[in-house]
Ligand binder design. Structure first.
Ligand SMILES: [Fe+2]
Length: 270
């Protein structure tokens, strides 16, 4: 049931489905030397744009930003709390001497070129950073993005369902966050878990239910994709969202990160 997709041919067959898979080989056309996780934590705790939650609730995805309660804490104090930080755009810390210097050129550009080379376009695509303190977990939820989840350091357990459609059929794909509640009486057979270690990548489908445990300090990058299309075609769940809403929800959401904007910048550099 667990699967690793390591060729582009297989990725093109698998990206529009619902059961998450690991990505490797030619599907990961980038690498990066990150500073220590402690340095990243110190930097992010001071950044205005960082949001944070106290990450011990598994049963709901509805959590308010609690970042102010973490400001000014030392690394040791943070380790004793239950912190999870999210930084929305890695490229703003891609400056000489900063923690993500070189990220755009070494990671984001090769990833976008890879997608374009194989027939994908998108309305938005950006990379955000996440740090999870020890013994934390996310709430159960579904994302309105296809996410390439890159666990850079530490051990996490990424949970989803073996049969997502049984638990959340297409008709419930537009449920609001408050309606996204983990089903009761799940058995081990119902759940598909990936234990991920250093430098592991996982494709998390749009609108597939999931939740993630971090038994130890972890750092990672999420690439968020909205309006991802292959040969002009959205994945089935996103098409369903567009059909039910009657419009494209990604149109005004970071249009500067679209494939069209990326191509424009590339041709301006030539
Ligand atoms: Fe998620």
């Amino acid at each position: 049931m667990r699967k690793t997709v390591a060729t582009t041919t297989e990725f093109l067959h698998t990206w529009d489905s619902r059961v998450n898979f690991l990505m490797a080989g030619e599907c990961v056309p980038f690498s990066f030397e990150f500073p220590s996780t402690e340095d990243i934590v110190e930097r992010l705790v001071a950044e205005e744009a960082t949001t944070g939650i106290s990450g011990q609730l598994r049963n709901t995805g509805d959590r308010e930003n609690a970042m102010e309660s973490f400001r000014g804490m030392s690394c040791d104090d943070l380790m004793a709390s239950s912190f999870q930080f999210r930084y929305p755009d890695v490229t703003t810390l891609d400056r000489p001497g900063d923690i993500f210097a070189g990220f755009t050129e070494q990671v984001l550009v090769p990833w976008k070129l890879y997608l374009l080379d194989h027939g994908f376009t998108w309305d938005r695509c950006y990379a955000l950073a996440r740090v999870s303190g020890p013994n934390t977990c996310t709430g159960y939820h579904m994302d309105r993005s296809n996410v390439l989840f890159w666990n850079v350091r530490g051990r996490k357990v990424f949970h989803g369902f073996r049969e997502p459609n049984r638990w959340v059929p297409l008709a419930r794909a537009n449920d609001g966050r408050e309606a996204q509640i983990m089903p009761e009486n799940l058995t081990e057979e119902d759940v598909l878990s990936y234990e991920v270690g250093d430098n592991t990548l996982l494709w998390n489908h749009l609108l597939t239910p999931h939740w993630v445990d971090a038994p130890e300090l972890t750092f990672g990058i999420n690439f968020s994709h909205g309006g991802l299309r292959h040969d002009g075609r959205l994945c089935r769940y996103e098409q369903h969202v567009y059909d039910t809403l009657g419009h494209n929800p990604n149109e005004k959401w970071h249009p500067e990160t679209s494939s069209a904007a990326f191509l424009e910048r590339l041709s301006a550099q030539e």
